[in-house]
Design a protein around this ligand. Structure first.
Ligand SMILES: [Zn+2]
Length: 252
């Protein structure tokens, strides 16, 4: 009996040592675009989960749309799932990039580690440190959307509506995780805005530079783009096929 007990202790301590080591070396977080190929190709990740972590009364309104947009460009033969979860972030005033990263890695799990790719969309109370910013992408798998600022960005007479702004900003930030525009590759098409790096110069693209700031309320027609344009899609196809060289990837 004692021998069995000793073996049991030996086995469990060996196991916990092994698991402990994994805990000590955390997953690399990367830069926005660092998991672009992980989404665009299916060679390692055949499934994807989009996690929406939101503060009470900050329910995300762009979940289905962003899933549709990702599905249109990424290769996930075993499907993309939405997982929504209410979270108390404890910060309700001003957020920095580090605050967003800390909250995501505290409340969420790894992005990689299995055949499922996990991206996180945070919807906290409060604003970004620069409160004209509506959304940010802070590492390879993390986005935050600041709904308090989205509400403020609603256009004259509700055009565009706060809901439309939120949906466009959510897709826009997902576009940064896909590496748009020129974040982890160099496009053969001249569509990056000269004065707003990482953004499109086409106001019909969801990657247009004004989409993640409160300038969106000034879209006079009230029609906000919520889709990638042909140049964006061509870049994504080039990355997926290998025709465009993609750098700073967290796996491959
Ligand atoms: Zn942006």
């Amino acid at each position: 009996m004692r021998l069995v007990f000793v073996i049991f202790i030996f086995l469990t301590s060996a196991l916990s040592g092994c698991i402990g080591e994994d805990d000590i070396s955390p997953e690399k977080r990367g830069i926005p675009g660092g998991l672009a190929l992980a989404c665009l190709q299916d060679s390692k990740f055949t499934k994807m989960e989009l996690h929406f972590l939101y503060e009470e009364n900050y329910d995300p309104r762009g979940m289905d749309l962003v899933k549709t947009r990702i599905n249109e460009v990424c290769d996930k033969p075993n499907g993309i799932k939405i997982k929504a979860e209410m979270v108390d972030f404890t910060i309700d005033t001003s957020w920095t990039d580090d605050d967003v990263r800390d909250a995501r890695w505290k409340h969420g799990g790894n992005a990689m580690g299995s055949s499922t790719l996990h991206w996180y969309f945070l919807f906290p109370k409060g604003t970004y440190s620069d409160d004209s910013v509506l959304g940010v992408a802070v590492d390879a798998s993390t986005i935050a959307i600041f709904k308090d600022s989205v509400e403020e960005a609603e256009g004259f007479l509700g055009r565009p509506s706060a809901e439309d702004v939120e949906r466009s900003v959510t897709v826009h930030e997902a576009g940064h995780l896909l590496g748009l525009v020129n974040l982890v590759y160099t496009s053969p098409i001249d569509h990056e805005d000269e004065n707003h790096k990482g953004h499109s110069n086409n106001e019909d693209s969801v990657m247009y530079w004004a989409i993640n700031s409160n300038d969106v309320g000034n879209f006079i027609s009230g029609e906000l783009p919520d889709e990638f344009d042909n140049a964006d899609k061509s870049d994504l196809e080039g990355m997926a096929s290998g025709e465009l060289k993609t750098k700073n990837q967290l796996w491959t």
